[in-house]
Design a protein around this ligand. Structure first.
Ligand SMILES: Cc1cc2nc3c(=O)[nH]c(=O)nc-3n(C[C@H](O)[C@H](O)[C@H](O)COP(=O)(O)OP(=O)(O)OC[C@H]3O[C@@H](n4cnc5c(N)ncnc54)[C@H](O)[C@@H]3O)c2cc1C
Length: 379
């Protein structure tokens, strides 16, 4: 493991810092966090600035270390996060970059990099979440098109997306294992037969939706990877999601912890030794998570770029530590922690989903047990 930065990487950091200092004060005010069309416009506008400045492809073409520096510096400077571009930039984009044909890369990657097109992820179904390979949405071949019918759920940003990375069953024949017979399609969200029904979260946001697909026609040329080989393509996608996708958030947590300690000093809750111990333990936890991030990135750099199972160790600890941070914040803020107008309150409600989204904690533990510790499969 090599955690040192080269001269070239430090030069990249310095250039980026300067650009951020000049650019961030010129951004428009942030939109209402519950207004998704306005958030889409804001997030895409930010992406366009990155594109024009030559930073847009950092998630795919830069080395893992440069990506780490980019995420660290943008978060430290208080720059906008990827937001509505999460799936396109950190999920579907890297997958198409790794698995797509040259034509597919030319068609889909530039609009994502320019902030022109937003993607969503249509993986989960009502009876296929952790056990994703049980998915039942069918795609039947008809000439050079697939005819797709089924239901997806928890599709983040579906309301504002142009494209969906969609997992479908292309072979449901008897004797075919559930991990075979799956294909990965890029589905246009405005295709006839796509119905999106937003779901409201505890925090009042309609950030995800149910998606009903009724004989939606998707060109065969929109399939990424071979027919029935979608599970392998999906594993590439998920390793990205669990690898580098949350890096900026660790930096954010360290900043939030600092803010919380300042508030505690101001309102007197700092006098409580139990609270100080709690914040101290969290500080050590986020420090360790940052080191773990560097170790994972260092490993990805050495092994060709695709993050490994170390991402599951990170996701497991990060999601619990972040929830603990908001619990500690509630202790510092007192009754204000129940005020929905307070920034911390919305974030605290959202944090409840961290141990479910992108693979639950139990599933992360299974991955760590089987792939890192070499324990036998439970079933
Ligand atoms: C904020 C948020 C955003 C999301 N965005 C998207 C999105 O954009 N696209 C998308 O496709 N999905 C999305 N999801 C869905 C997410 O991937 C699923 O919720 C997750 O995979 C869990 O599936 P499930 O909800 O069906 O729960 P289930 O799989 O039914 O699990 C229920 C419980 O059983 C446990 N469990 C299940 N199997 C095992 C096992 N083998 N061993 C031990 N315990 C087990 C789970 O840990 C959990 O506690 C999102 C979820 C959230 C919360």
């Amino acid at each position: 493991m090599d955690l040192a930065y080269s001269d070239e990487e430090e030069e990249f950091r310095g250039r980026l810092r300067e650009w951020l200092a000049a650019t961030l004060p010129t951004l428009p005010p942030r939109p209402d966090p519950l207004d998704w069309p306005a958030r889409r416009a804001y997030d895409c506008g930010w992406q366009r600035r990155l594109y024009d400045a030559g930073y847009a492809d950092v998630h795919w073409d830069a080395s893992p270390t440069q990506r780490l520096i980019f995420l660290e510096e943008t978060e430290l400077a208080g720059a906008p996060y990827v937001g509505a571009n999460f799936v396109g930039l950190l999920h579907a984009g890297p997958t198409i970059a790794a698995e797509g044909t040259p034509e597919q890369r030319d068609r889909w990657l530039p609009p994502v990099l320019r902030g022109d097109e937003v993607w969503c992820q249509g993986f989960s179904e009502p009876d296929a979440g952790s056990d994703l390979a049980s998915l039942r949405t069918r795609a039947v071949r008809d000439g050079d098109e697939y005819v797709v019918s089924g239901q997806k759920i928890w599709t983040s940003h579906a309301e504002v997306a142009d494209w969906c990375e969609l997992l479908v069953r292309t072979d449901a024949g008897p004797g075919v294992s559930k991990h075979r017979g799956i294909s990965w399609l890029a589905m246009p969200m405005d295709a006839p037969g796509v119905t999106v029904r937003p779901l409201r979260t505890l925090a009042g946001s309609t950030e995800f939706a149910e998606m009903f697909l009724d004989e939606v026609r998707v060109p065969v040329g929109n399939r990424v990877g071979d027919e029935n080989d979608g599970w392998r393509v999906t594993m590439v996608t998920l390793s990205f999601e669990r690898g580098t996708a949350f890096v900026g958030e660790v930096v954010a947590c360290r900043r939030l912890l600092g803010e919380l300690a300042r508030t505690a000093r101001e309102n007197g809750t700092w006098d409580d030794p139990a609270l100080r111990r709690r914040l101290g333990r969290l500080s050590a936890e986020f420090q360790a998570l940052w080191r773990l991030t560097q170790a994972n990135v260092s490993e990805a750099q050495a092994t060709g770029g695709v993050p490994g199972a170390g991402g599951s160790v990170f996701k497991l600890h990060y999601s619990h530590a972040r929830q603990e941070l908001y619990e500690a914040a509630a202790g510092v803020l007192g009754p204000d922690a129940l005020d929905l107008g307070h920034d911390w309150t919305l974030d605290r409600l959202s944090s409840l989903s961290y141990t479910i989204a992108a693979g639950t904690s139990q599933i992360q533990r299974n991955i760590v047990a089987e792939r890192i510790l070499g324990l036998p499969k439970g079933r």
